[in-house]
Design a protein around this ligand. Structure first.
Ligand code: FES
Length: 159
């Protein structure tokens, strides 16, 4: 495994997390991963490998859980998360234009994070608010009946 930049990350926060869960086993994995993500901002591969060797939970099981749940990020994540809907109801009302406007405004493609770590841009199959189509979310805020012109103003609210 290529540890890359993460190879120099401190393992101290991980040790504190594991100290709070004596005899950690597979059943403790989700809360442990949540704590690792809270401490490091994401799940660095080198920290996951250290967690594996310290707990005895195999790396493949740890990665299985880390990649199954949307809440976990294996790469550094921006301070704010944009979710733009690409579902049918939004698509027929111009959702693709909103996706393009976000990409253009931030200079990133879907699933990427801006260099300043301000935003991670994701698209999702449905935000469950089709009556607001086209819709995007920033963190927990919904923005419905979106137009391309609104994108820049909305994103400027998040520093
Ligand atoms: S299709 Fe966009 S919110 Fe449901």
């Amino acid at each position: 495994m290529d540890f890359g930049k993460e190879g120099s990350l401190s393992i101290e926060p991980l040790d504190k997390i594991l100290a709070s869960v004596p005899n950690a086993g597979f059943g403790d994995l989700i809360p442990i991963l949540q704590k690792i993500q809270a401490a490091y901002g994401y799940l660095p591969p080198s920290v996951l490998m250290a967690a594996s060797s310290r707990t005895g939970i195999t790396a493949s099981r740890i990665y299985g859980v880390a990649t199954f749940y949307e809440q976990f990020h294996l790469e550094p994540h921006g301070r704010h998360t944009i979710k733009c809907c690409r579902g049918t109801a939004c698509h027929v009302r111009g959702g693709r234009n909103i996706i393009r406007a976000i990409s253009r405004t931030l200079g990133v493609e879907e699933s990427e994070t801006t260099e300043d770590m301000r935003f991670t841009f994701e698209t999702v199959a449905c935000l469950g608010t089709c009556f607001l189509a086209p819709v995007m979310m920033v963190n927990n805020d919904y923005y419905g009946h979106m137009t391309s012109n609104k994108v820049k103003d909305i994103l400027e609210r998040y520093s």
